[in-house]
Design a protein around this ligand. Sequence first.
Ligand code: XMP
Length: 509
Amino acid sequence: MIIVIDFGSQFNQLIARRVREHNVYCQVESSDISLERIRSLNPKGIILSGGPSSIYEDNSPSIDKSLFDLGVPILGICYGMHYMVHSLGGRIKKAQKKEYGFANLNIIDSYPLFKDMGTGFQCWMSHGDSAMELPKNFVITASTENTPIAAIANHNKKFYGLQFHPEVEHSINGSKMIDLFLFNVCHCSKSWTMRSFCDGAIAQIKDAVGEKKVIMGLSGGVDSSVAATLIHKAIGKNLFCIFVDNGLLRKNEKETLEHNLIKKLDLNIRFVDEKEKFLSGLKDVVDPEQKRKIIGSLFIEVFEAEAAKIEGAEFLGQGTLYPDIIESKSAFGGPTSIIKSHHNVGGLPEIMKLKLIEPLQLLFKDEVRKLGLELGINEDLIWRQPFPGPGLAIRIIGEITTSRLEILREADAVLLEEIRKAGLYRELWQSFAVLLPIKSVGVMGDKRTFANCIAIRAVTSNDAMTADWAKLPHDLLGKISNRIINEVENINRVVFDITSKPPGTIEWE
Ligand code: XMP
C-alpha cells in the first residue's frame, strides 16, 4: 500500500488514482493521522500531497515529523516537498510571483525518478513558494528556468521532492515517474486488481454477515447495482433490495432496472410506489438544500417502514464510493468542504441501528465499472451516467409539480436518445435536461407562444470533482433543440449550458 497524506491539494485523489492505475493499492489519509496508524497500515511508501498553503502561514497543514524516521520512502509533491525541506532543516523562499503552467524541466540527476527521460521534458507547475536551501544530504535532481530547485533527492533515506505535479495529465512522463517511485524505489508489487478485490470483498462480506440478512436500497445506478451484485454473490437470497419510486425518476427507470438486474440476477426486490408522498412533501419548496433535505428524510422514512417488514435484518448495504467518503468528511485535510448535502452518505444507519456493509468504499468510479464487468453485469448498466439521489427534483429549478416533472422527463428522454444515437453517451460523464423557472416568447405555426425553457447540460469529467462543459457538435445541439421543441409540450426554447466545474457545479441545484 501507498499512503497519500492530504495537505489540501485538489489533486490528491488524482494521485491515489494514478498509483492504483499501476495496480498498487493507495489510500488518501488526513494530515492529522497518527504515526501508530501509519505504522499499522504498513505502507511501502508515502506521498505528501501538494496544497494551497504556504509553509509560513499560520495553521498551514503539518504532520507528525517522526514520519521522517519511519524508514519508509517519501515523495513530496509541491507543498509536500516544501514541507519536507522545511521540516528537515532546509529553507523555503516566500514567493515574489507565482509560477503557473508549463515549464521545461532540465534533468541534473536521472536517478531514480527521471530514468530514461533524456535531458529534460515539459512539466506542469502551480506554486508560489520555492525551496531555497536544501536540508543536509539532499541534492538537486532537476531545475527549470524560474525554479532552480525543481526536484530533489536524499538517496540514502529515499526521500524525493518534485516542485511540479506528476499526477496531472499535462506533465509528460508523469505516469512513468510514479511507476519508478512505486516499483524502483518502494518495491511495491502489482497486487491491486479487480479480480483480487472481488474475491477478497466476497470473502469479507460472507465473513461479516454469516447467515444474517442484509437490506439495501437499489437506485438502478451503477454503484448500487454493483454493490448489490457483489453482496448477492456473497450471501444470495439473504440480500433484500428495496426500490423506492419517489416520482422523481427519469422515463422508463423501473423498466431498465428490471431488465438489467432483476431478470438476470434473480434478486429479492420490493418495489415501493411513494410518488404521492414525495410530491406532497415537496409542494411549494424552491430552495435546493431544502429539497435535498426533504427528499433525504422522506427516503429514510419510507425505507425504514419497508425495512421493518423484513424481519431480522441486521445489515444495511450501500454503494458508497471512496470519493463520497472523502467529500463528506468536512474535517478532511482542511479545505475539502461540503458544497451540497448528498443524501446517499450517512443518515440511514444512525437512525436504523443497522450495521453498514459498504463493499465499494475503497473504490473510485472507474474501478467500480471494472468490478461490475468482472461480475458479469451488462455493459449498458456499467456505463450508465450517474443520476443524483434527489433525482429530477434538483433539475427542476423552482417548484416541482407533476406537470413540470412530465415536461422534464420527456425532454430528458429526447436528449439522451440523441446523445446515444450520436455515440457520445459513454464519452460524457453526464448529459441531461434542466427545466428553468422562466417562460419566454416564441412563435410556432404563426402563433405567439409563451412557454418554458429547457437547458441542456453535458459535461466531461473523470470523477465529478471537476468537470468541463462538453463541446457537443452544433448539428447535434440543433437536432436536440428541434426535437424537444417539437415533441415536448410547453417548451419553446432550448439553451446550452457552457459552465465548467468549478465555478459551476454539474447539477443546477
Ligand atoms: P455537483 O452538482 O455537486 O455534482 O457538481 C457532482 C456529482 O454528484 C451527483 N450528485 C448527487 N449524487 N446524491 C447523489 O447520489 C446527491 O444528492 C447528489 N447531488 C449531486 C451529480 O449528478 C454529479 O454526478
